[in-house]
Design a protein around this ligand. Structure first.
Ligand SMILES: [Zn+2]
Length: 119
């Protein structure tokens, strides 16, 4: 099912301590491509920064390599979400402006899908 309307509840505030997502993937707004993410899909898993923070709180002595290994499953969860979202026309990451405009219905997400069902 392709998503065409968006409401505030579709998104939550994006918090990524230390900008780990940005550093690892160079995440950008799914709509306009700028690097200032303010909102993410409410279905999104915890950000890598949040997960890293929790791991570090519990294991302050952990080294980078171990930390990376523990974050790995979360990276896959993000990849899956992003792939799924791409298939339904749901942006995973949004900047402030695009978030506002999507909810106001001022912009829409363009999809590369050809045959959508006839209504
Ligand atoms: Zn944007």
């Amino acid at each position: 099912m392709i998503k065409t309307t968006f409401i505030e509840e579709d998104f939550v505030k994006y918090e990524d301590p230390k900008n780990i997502m940005m550093e690892l993937f160079g995440v950008t707004c799914s709509v306009c491509g700028i690097e200032e993410i303010d909102f993410i899909d409410q279905k999104a898993p915890k950000t890598l920064g949040q997960v890293a923070q929790e791991i570090l709180d519990e294991n302050p002595e952990i080294d980078d390599e171990e930390l990376n290994e523990m974050i790995e499953p979360q990276i896959e969860a993000w990849q899956e979400l992003d792939d799924y979202n791409a298939s339904i026309g749901m942006p995973t990451f949004l900047c402030y402006n695009c978030h506002d405009q999507l909810i106001e219905g001022e912009i829409s997400i363009s999809m590369n899908c050809e045959d959508t069902e006839n209504n």
